[in-house]
Design a protein around this ligand. Structure first.
Ligand code: ZN
Length: 324
């Protein structure tokens, strides 16, 4: 394992103790840098004729000026330029620094949960979270989840499960297959982890296919996009079958809250307009209109929140939901 060897060289061993704070700062800075690449992915993946590597350098979407490295420093360029392009002074969306800060926060959280020194488990968690950030923001903008993320994740999951069995340390199937004795000495083994991964993909994809089938039966319309199915299938490979179901539970809860907020927002807007026009439309009709307008929410972002929460705090979530 070349990677493990290299990581081993960085690990504090013997008398060279690297303080945790050094690693935390490293992961936060790395998160900012990765976040700026994710911005490019979010912008490019759903657009025709653009790929991660083409065009080579970032340009201002308003004036097409190629950005120099000074204008491309994550977060700090945006802050120094006060959120404006240096060439044309067009405002740069606050979404860009937001994605960078979110990614940095997620990397920090991963290090906090996994342990700050570099490890393969920490790397896998960061990669999964980075994928979720891209899926979430593309889904917000285009109501679709890029296949590069969902199908890519389905291929990556078995590979990671096999190489880093610690990924499924908390997955019940993997624990049972490994057996108590081996579990106590060496943790979950590779094959058990791989089986847990496939089970997670089957359950994650299967449960959403089931829900969408039920939805079509009852409401006669598509309640669930296939992108969501692929995303939860891929996620199941990383968080196991129980994790996938838990992620869906958290996602549904978050989406209901957001949906309710959305309906209320539309309702206030409609009532305000009704008052301004003074046509006294009944409240009941405003509510019906608001419910329709508030219904169209992408589910991917909430699924992303659920997956992220389970990936980082799976034990705590289980205790919160089921302990009482
Ligand atoms: Zn510009």
């Amino acid at each position: 394992m070349v990677v493990q060897h290299v990581l081993g060289l960085w690990r504090p061993e013997g008398d060279v103790a690297i303080p945790d704070s050094f690693w935390y700062v490293t992961w936060i800075l790395l998160g900012l840098i990765v976040g700026s690449f994710l911005n490019a992915a979010i912008h490019r993946l759903p657009r025709e004729g653009m790929t991660i590597s083409h065009p080579k350098r970032s340009v201002c979407p308003k004036c097409d000026a190629t950005l120099t490295w000074k204008e491309n420093v994550p977060l700090f360029s945006w802050l120094l330029q006060r959120g404006r392009c240096r060439s044309c002074k067009a405002p740069i969306a606050w979404r860009y620094p937001l994605v960078e800060v979110i990614t940095a926060a997620l990397f920090f959280a991963s290090a906090y949960v996994t342990g700050p020194p570099p490890s393969l488990l920490l790397a896998v968690r960061c990669v999964v979270l980075a994928g979720i950030v891209v899926a979430t923001f593309v889904d917000f903008d285009f109501l679709e989840i890029p296949d590069e993320i969902s199908i890519g994740g389905m291929f990556l999951a078995p590979l990671c499960a096999f190489l880093v069995p610690a990924l499924h340390q908390e997955t019940w199937i993997a624990q049972v297959l490994t057996g108590d004795e081996a579990l106590a000495t060496g943790g979950v083994d590779r094959v058990s982890s791989l089986i847990a991964c496939f089970a997670g993909m089957a359950v994650g994809g299967g449960v959403l296919i089931g829900i969408s089938w039920l939805g079509r039966l009852i409401y006669k319309r598509d309640a669930m996009g296939f992108g969501d199915v692929k995303l939860l299938a891929a996620a199941g490979g990383f968080i196991g079958p129980g994790g996938a179901l838990l992620a869906l539970l958290v996602a549904s809860f978050a989406a209901s809250l957001a949906g309710l907020g959305n309906v209320l927002r539309f309702l206030c807007l409609l009532r305000k307009r009704t008052r301004e026009r003074g046509n006294g439309k009944p409240f009941r009709r405003s509510l019906a209109a608001a419910r329709i307008a508030g219904r169209y929410l992408p589910f991917g972002p909430y699924l992303g929140i659920g997956i992220g929460v389970v990936l980082l705090a799976w034990k705590n979530v289980v205790e919160r939901f089921f302990a009482y």
